[in-house]
Design a protein around this ligand. Structure first.
Ligand SMILES: Cc1cc2nc3c(=O)[nH]c(=O)nc-3n(C[C@H](O)[C@H](O)[C@H](O)COP(=O)(O)OP(=O)(O)OC[C@H]3O[C@@H](n4cnc5c(N)ncnc54)[C@H](O)[C@@H]3O)c2cc1C
Length: 401
């Protein structure tokens, strides 16, 4: 069978499965979890995943057609409520998890029964996440965890967390890390809200006091945590910036809609709007090309291009939106009461003034724009790396405050 035959048979298989799913489960009347469970079992959750793990083992390029069709018929979707589960936990578990772990975690993740969060950043380790200090110490078949994480998005709704912890302080920082799945409801896990500029608390501080994690919840080998974390981070960048939306949708759609509603659009801003539209379209086409080139597995540095470009563009588009709104752009759409949402405002269904405030975080979350530029400089352009004085020192000997 040549490549074209394989692609055709993959497409046929996906279409057959899609037709059968919709024939047996009315997307508008079937209960969301039942529908999503059936979608998972049909191999239409992530078509490139292996059969039995929510996929059909076919090209990831066929996923877009599945999403388009299911959106068109109004099928339920939990991807926004479980954004870290879909974007990061699923590919990480697929790449590094045992068959038992895949069987345990992937289906309830996809149906939205179990929401996931990411426990990497700490007060003393954000950009330099490999320098983190949360300790996991082995005790028979369990690990005992103590430490603190911060900026943990949706920790308050999560059942499971992707935890990166230090298991060996006496080797250089990248080598002493191990990756776990932690039960967010386990004794000793405390989640406290952190309020953001939008008034909401999407994220949290998470404290671990003698939390016990069974060894069967370790992902990959002891000491292999950095390798696993790299899979999560590469997928995070694609999840944040690498989506391919229809032309003129997303943030640039907001700017166009505001422009079209203005009784007298300011001519001087037309040039700014058009430049941003062109940039949004170039970003969209770049992401399309990256998606087409990407094969199943861990994405490459194109994720950093998408993350950097998307973050900086979002901020400028929302700045234009509030500028176009004039004085009303300075009003806040609520009494600024604090609440803990069950999804990130990133999903874009909010007041544009809230989105303007939320967009300030785009160039920080998932790795800052400065760090994306460092990655692209070193890995794509081949520029000399930054001096890294602590790289080969045992973590315990690195001076820190
Ligand atoms: C909305 C939001 C949601 C988040 N959700 C999560 C989450 O769910 N889970 C999680 O683990 N984390 C999360 N984070 C944390 C995020 O990953 C970190 O904030 C980010 O990696 C930066 O780390 P830091 O805040 O410690 O800043 P620092 O690393 O202290 O950086 C401070 C400044 O120094 C710059 N800088 C640092 N190092 C370098 C360098 N080598 N070269 C050039 N400049 C440098 C940075 O760009 C930045 O401007 C979230 C953050 C935000 C804003």
């Amino acid at each position: 069978m040549n490549r074209t035959d394989t692609a055709v048979s993959g497409e046929t298989l996906v279409l057959e499965r899609l037709r059968a799913l919709l024939a047996t489960h009315d997307p508008t009347t079937t209960e969301a979890r039942t529908f999503l469970g059936a979608r998972f079992d049909a191999g239409l959750a992530w078509v490139s995943f292996p059969q039995g793990s929510g996929g059909l083992g076919v090209s990831p390029s066929l996923q877009a057609a599945v999403e388009r069709e299911l959106r068109r018929v109004g099928a339920p979707d939990e991807s926004e409520r479980n954004v870290i589960g879909y974007g990061m936990a699923a590919p990480t578990i697929l790449t590094h998890g045992t068959p038992e772990q895949q069987a345990r975690y992937l289906r309830p993740l996809f149906t939205g029964e179990e929401v996931w969060c990411q426990l990497f950043s700490e007060p003393g380790a954000g950009s330099d996440v490999a320098g983190l200090g949360t300790r996991a110490v082995r005790d028979g078949d369990e690990w005992v965890v103590n430490g603190q994480k911060v900026w943990t998005t949706l920790a308050h709704t999560a059942r499971w967390g992707l935890l990166l912890a230090r298991t060996d302080p006496d080797v250089p920082k990248h080598r002493g890390l191990t990756y776990f799945v932690v039960d967010m409801h386990a004794p000793g896990v405390e989640v406290r809200p952190l309020r953001q500029i939008t008034g909401e608390a999407e994220f949290n501080e998470v404290f671990f006091s003698d939390v016990r994690i069974p060894d069967v919840q370790r992902l990959d080998a002891v000491g292999a945590g950095w390798r696993v974390a790299t899979t999560t981070l590469m997928n995070e960048r694609v999840a944040i910036g690498g989506g391919v939306r229809p032309r003129s949708s997303g943030p640039i759609h907001e700017a166009l809609a505001i422009w079209q509603d203005l009784p007298r659009p300011p001519a001087a801003q037309r040039d700014r709007l058009m430049s941003l539209w062109v940039e949004a379209e170039v970003g969209r086409l770049t992401n399309m090309r990256a998606r087409a080139l990407r094969r199943a597995g861990t994405p490459g540095p194109e994720g950093s291009v998408a993350k950097l470009k998307g973050a900086e563009l979002n901020k400028r588009v929302y700045e234009l939106c509030v500028d176009l709104l004039g004085m009303t752009g300075t009003l806040f759409p609520s009494h600024y009461e604090m609440h803990r949402p069950d999804r990130s405002l990133l999903s874009g269904k909010a007041d544009v003034r809230q989105l303007f405030l939320r967009s300030r975080a785009n160039s920080i979350e998932g790795g800052t724009s400065e760090i994306m530029r460092n990655i692209l400089g070193e890995r794509v352009l081949g520029l000399p790396g930054e001096p890294r004085s602590d790289k080969d020192l045992p973590w315990a000997q690195v001076p820190r405050n």
